[in-house]
Design a protein around this ligand. Structure first.
Ligand code: FES
Length: 97
């Protein structure tokens, strides 16, 4: 188990290998996921913050759905990003007010 923090929305632990979206759901933290985790809608984006960024590398599909600006800001798709260690992310209010 590793520590996961979702900004001021909550924190807890997750299993290594879980997606960020799975971890959030287990902690009852709501992240929009309109396509059901099929890497097509982009609504599950989270912003990586802090020093703890232990996520699997981004693949090309995730990069295309996010777009270059979001990638440059450090955004990830919660349904695609798998946890490798402690993480800190925030859920942008634009999608999850
Ligand atoms: S839930 Fe649609 S891209 Fe992640």
């Amino acid at each position: 188990m590793v520590a996961v923090q979702f900004g001021d929305r909550g924190e807890g632990t997750a299993l290594v290998g879980q997606t960020v979206l799975e971890a959030a759901k287990n902690l009852r933290i709501d992240i929009d996921s309109f396509c059901g985790g099929r890497c097509s809608c982009g609504t599950c984006r989270v912003r990586v913050t802090g020093e703890r960024v232990h996520l699997a590398p981004m693949d090309l599909n995730e990069e295309v759905v996010l777009g270059s600006d979001a990638v440059a800001r450090g955004d990830r798709l919660a349904c695609q990003a798998r946890i490798h260690g402690p993480i800190e992310v925030e859920i942008p209010a634009f999608f999850n007010a």
